[in-house]
Write a new protein. Structure first.
Length: 368
């Protein structure tokens, strides 16, 4: 079983949204004040019952839409989490621009939030309506101003591409509009149409693969030219402001996941908390445990690590499993280095530029 010293990363899932985006298959439900109040009671109980070390190195409040809570509820949520967030904690919250107000920005700052991940998606208003999102690019700008005025200036924007009917020029405009707002970090995800979403029911399709590849190539080239370092396959940061919380996932560290719909990881298993609101309210510890063999954990560490530009630490692999990466994956290493897809470099195994372009194919080799 993998060794990992303590758990220092906490994910908290807020399962409410004001409206539901037509492409979304996350664990979320439409917000009502009463349901959110009951959910807060259950969360308080879950935190009380769980043994979570204080303080954590990173705390990430995601969703759903955490900022759709009423100000008093947001204050209560953050009050419950105060003790987990020490002085040097990276404390992130996901923000939906249509739900941000001065009062909420003030609450976030008061509780020490120091990073926000904002759902921008695109600046194309027609596309936003098609996605059933109820903000415009101006709301994102206003949200960033509100947060910055309270000293929260590590701001990331989420952008989606390969949207139905989107052209390369549309995507370029969206990205350039985002860059005008000078975020410190950008996450770019291509749309996948998931079963049971409104997009799937309406028969929408993402862009064709060739256009999607052109979009990705343009994104990487443009962002790097504008001073954003690609440090992970979908993530870019200025001034080294990587997401520490997400980096913990990519380094395959153990983490707590609290609230309904959250997942967590400990040595030897992963768990998925119930996605059923009623079940969560009656038993906030209800979860499914997925055991992981050592082979599973080794593969997952490689899979996550190779997503990062600098790759996976060989030292960490050996510390976790008591065996070297080179001895476990000798065959794959020989084949993939021979094909110039991966290299051992500076204590890490990482993809070459060619390997990074076909990351999934490289990872398949490690499945054997
Ligand atoms: S805001 Fe996020 S979680 Fe909520 S419906 Fe939209 S995509 Fe899903």
């Amino acid at each position: 079983m993998m060794k990992d010293n303590g758990i220092r990363h906490l994910y908290v899932h807020v399962p409410f949204c004001r409206t539901i985006c037509f492409y979304c298959d996350f664990c979320r439900t439409v917000y009502t004040e009463q349901t959110a109040a009951k959910w807060l009671d259950a969360l308080e109980q879950e935190l009380f019952l769980k043994d979570i070390r204080v303080p954590q190195e990173t705390v990430y409040i995601g969703g759903g839409t955490p900022t759709c809570l009423m100000p008093e509820q947001l204050d209560r949520l953050l009050g419950m989490l105060d003790k987990y967030c020490g002085e040097n904690c990276e404390y992130t919250i996901e923000v939906n621009p249509e739900t941000m107000t001065e009062e909420k920005a003030e609450i976030l700052a008061r509780h020490g939030i120091n990073r926000a991940s904002i759902g921008y998606q695109t600046s194309d208003e027609k596309m936003l309506r098609l996605m059933n999102r109820h903000h415009i690019a101006g709301d994102v700008r206003r949200t960033m101003e509100l947060l910055r005025s309270r000293g929260i200036d590590n701001l990331s924007l989420d952008i989606m591409y390969s949207l139905p009917g989107q052209t390369l020029e549309d995507l370029q405009k969206s990205v350039m509009d985002a860059l005008d707002m000078e975020p410190s970090h950008l996450s770019l995800y291509s749309l996948t149409i998931e079963e049971h979403t409104v997009f799937a029911k309406r028969g929408y399709q993402p862009c064709d693969e060739e256009l999607e590849a052109d979009m990705y190539e343009w994104i990487v080239r443009t962002l790097e030219a504008r001073g954003y370092e690609q440090y992970e396959i979908s993530n870019f940061a200025r001034d080294g402001l990587y997401s520490k919380h997400n980096t913990a996932y990519w380094e395959y560290r153990n983490f707590h996941g609290v609230s309904m719909g959250a997942s967590g990881k400990a040595s030897g298993f992963r768990y998925d908390n119930t996605k059923d609101l009623k079940a969560y309210l009656s038993d906030p510890l209800k979860r499914e445990i997925i055991p992981l063999s050592e082979t599973d954990e080794m593969f997952e560490m490689v899979m996550m690590g190779l997503r990062m530009k600098h790759g996976m630490s060989l030292k960490r692999f050996e510390e976790c499993f008591g065996r070297s990466f080179v001895s476990v994956y000798e065959k794959q290493l020989e084949k993939l280095t021979g094909l110039n897809m991966i290299v051992l470099d500076d204590g890490h195994v990482r993809c070459t530029t060619e390997g990074y372009e076909i990351l999934n194919t490289v990872l398949e080799e490690f499945l054997d």
